[in-house]
Write a protein that binds this ligand. Structure first.
Ligand code: GUN
Length: 434
């Protein structure tokens, strides 16, 4: 095993890798509760989504650890679960079953694009600044969703948004959870989000905002049935042939594509496994990521993706695929803790959304802001995602601005032909569908 995971070459060992795997798991365990809460709003069965989330995370992560041998942990992403629920199901009125078929198709296309090496070519064609901006913009979008679900940001008819009722007990509980998580993370406790949630639940129970669990059966229990969601993605494939679904599938693909590219580079650089500025075994890592999406869609969850929180485990020394294998084991164990779903409410999960926003937005530091021709498309990509409540719109606006500013700056040759093609596609998208 030591040899398979190249412990000696990487300068790591069994104990460090195990601690790293547990650390990353704890840093992202919130998704077990946040994902059912978010997809539940789309009408999906929360128990089934819980099981699908844990299994998709475990299977995707196991493939990443064993095949690509990266210390990267996967789970259903918070950018795309919000897009799935709020834009696709609630906004466009598409049934969740059909939306799951869209996730499945996006995953299959991504696997095919990777196997044919087209995916790596497109990743190379997109300027680094825009890849960073997409990741950061998704972060802002997630944080905005979190602020709303906490009741901290609310509708205002004059200004569109405003501050919520800060005397409401549930809003106060969310603010308390946010502050506690921030304090823990700032003190260097990697699982700060997770511990913050536990503390909020306890405080919520003390103040009567959250029901007490009924003994041990309120904590540990049977694995919830997958029956309500399993296979729906396959059964509804016939419903995806509409223009709306075409745009939805392209968005799922695009977002997963950029998010994964940015996250893999960020985690691999931190782990010191980049070679000559490139990802070793890039194809394997990308296929592992997309396979997670395919498996997850069949089980019953929105797109599975590589998590920025993997940096938590890498921060404590994780370097090999064994870190991922340990985290995958933790997700399997977590399957037995579904009764906790009823006590992890929106006020408890909202801080997680807001803090993941901070983690993802940190990529902004690497954007070349002093180059105006780059700053403009990067800025619009980031800003338009929360303001239009659409990740796709953010990507589209940024990608339309990029060739324009570069052309005017006399740098037309630096823009890859794929980028011109994408700009035209996005302009057509706004004309005909916007
Ligand atoms: N990269 C990434 N990390 C996450 N952590 C939680 N959600 C996400 C996501 O959608 N993408």
């Amino acid at each position: 095993m030591k040899k398979y995971f190249q412990f000696d070459e990487l300068g790591t060992n069994f104990k460090t890798e195990t601690i790293a795997g547990i650390t990353t798991f704890l840093a992202m365990a919130y998704i077990l509760f946040v994902n059912p809460a978010t997809l539940g709003e789309a009408g999906m069965d929360k128990g089934a989504v819980f099981t699908a989330t844990a299994l998709a995370a475990a299977i995707g992560t196991l493939i990443m650890g064993l095949v690509a041998k990266y210390p990267v942990v996967l789970a259903p992403g918070m950018g795309l679960n919000a897009f799935f629920t709020y834009t696709v199901v609630i906004g466009l009125g598409i049934p969740w079953e059909t939306a799951l078929s869209g996730v499945l198709v996006s995953g299959i296309i991504l696997v095919l694009l990777t196997l044919t090496k087209i995916r790596e070519k497109i990743i190379d064609a997109i300027p680094g600044n825009l890849k960073l901006a997409v990741g950061a913009g998704i972060g802002l979008f997630i944080a905005f969703v979190g602020l709303q679900s906490a009741g901290i940001v609310v509708n205002n008819d004059a200004t569109l948004v405003g501050i919520g009722d800060l005397t409401s007990p549930t809003v106060l509980l969310a603010i308390f959870g946010l502050i506690i998580s921030v304090i823990l993370l700032t003190s260097g406790i990697k699982a700060g989000i997770f511990y913050g949630m536990i503390i909020s639940v306890i405080v919520g129970m003390i103040f009567g905002l959250i029901p007490l669990p009924a003994g041990i059966s309120g904590i540990v229990g049977e694995v919830p049935s997958l029956a309500p969601t399993f296979g729906q993605a396959l059964a509804n494939l016939g419903n995806i042939f509409t223009i709306d679904m075409l745009v939805v599938i392209l968005t799922f693909m695009f977002v997963d594509f950029f998010d994964t590219a940015g996250t893999l580079v960020a985690v691999a650089s931190q782990a010191g496994i980049m070679k000559d500025g490139k990802l070793p075994r890039a194809g394997r890592a990308l296929v592992s990521d997309s396979s997670g999406t395919v498996v997850g869609a069949i089980l019953g969850t929105s797109s599975t993706t590589s998590y920025v929180e993997s940096t938590a485990g890498v921060g404590v020394g994780g370097k090999s695929g064994f870190t991922a294998v340990v985290a995958a084991g933790c997700f399997l164990l977590a399957l037995f803790f579904s009764p906790l779903l009823s006590i992890v409410t929106a006020e408890v999960t909202a801080p997680a959304l807001i803090i993941v926003g901070v983690l993802m937005a940190s990529q902004l530091k690497n954007v070349e802001w002093d180059r105006f021709e780059v700053a403009v498309p990067a800025f619009f990509t980031v800003l338009m995602m929360p303001l239009t409540y659409s990740i796709a719109t953010g990507i589209a606006v940024g990608f339309i601005f990029y060739p324009i500013t570069m052309l005017v700056k006399g740098k037309a040759k630096e823009v890859h032909p794929i980028m011109y093609a994408l700009a035209v596609i996005f302009i057509l998208y706004f004309i005909f569908l916007g």
